[in-house]
Ligand binder design. Structure first.
Ligand SMILES: C[S@@+](CC[C@H](N)C(=O)[O-])C[C@H]1O[C@@H](n2cnc3c(N)ncnc32)[C@H](O)[C@@H]1O
Length: 217
């Protein structure tokens, strides 16, 4: 395993506002081995999400985009004992790796890990009680569809978070952004909808990749 050199800021944050958690560390190490750690939410981002979940009193959380389950486990750890996290992953390999980590964790009974394309899996959740918190962190071209689903299946006062909502500059038409025009249009509409004060109270947390956070009115 080869870990990248950490900046002084990263070291400071890790020492003071880290997630000193052996299970999360094990997943991080697996991601480093598989060269996919850059796809996962960072520790400061996970702490923001845990904070929001606790502040909102969320008990039913949905995550679209599991990868190896680091964010799923971190979110599940912010839930009360009777809380539940449902997470969706399209890759059977990623789903299998995540499932292995979930089964070994004390949160196993609180995590439902579903395999399949989110657009199909979401249909199977339509008759369940509304969610309190929905994290969208999967294929960027799907964000608008996931939002339209989430709007109907989130309780009033519930929170939607979309990660990577700057689309690497695609939402302000950065010519360097390596994204399809159609995906950029969908992400612009995703942010526009969440910025509508009639529907949501919202903000963007200006992380490097952008994190749009909105509370349903
Ligand atoms: C950015 S990663 C998720 C990172 C994870 N939330 C974390 O922070 O550890 C995106 C994941 O979404 C999955 N994905 C992409 N498109 C999907 C879809 N249509 N349905 C379900 N999962 C999808 C990918 O296979 C990938 O594992």
């Amino acid at each position: 395993m080869r870990e990248k050199t950490k900046s002084a800021q990263e070291q400071y944050l890790e020492a003071n506002f880290g997630l000193p958690d052996e299970d999360l560390k094990a997943i991080q190490e697996e991601m480093i081995c598989q060269h996919c750690e850059g796809m996962a939410l960072s520790t400061p981002e996970l702490r923001i999400l845990q904070f929001l979940i606790r502040l909102n009193g969320a008990r039913r959380v949905l995550e679209i985009g599991t990868l190896f389950g680091r964010s799923s486990l971190a979110l599940a750890r912010a839930l009360p004992d009777d809380g539940q996290l449902v997470t969706i992953e399209r890759s059977a390999v990623n789903h299998g790796v995540a499932q292995g980590f979930f089964e070994k964790s004390p949160e196993a009974s609180r995590i439902r890990s579903l395999l399949g394309d989110a657009k199909e899996v979401l249909k199977t959740l339509e008759n369940e009680p509304p969610f309190d918190f929905i994290l969208i962190d999967a294929d960027k071209a799907g964000y608008l569809d996931y939002l339209l689903w989430a709007e109907k299946h989130l309780r009033v006062g519930g929170v939607i978070v979309g990660d990577n909502s700057f689309l690497w500059g695609g939402v302000w038409d950065d010519p360097e952004a390596d994204v399809k025009a159609a995906t950029a249009e969908k992400m612009k509409e995703f942010n526009r909808r969440l910025a509508d004060p009639e529907r949501y109270s919202s903000m963007v947390i200006p992380t490097a990749e952008g994190m749009t956070v909105a509370q349903k009115r």
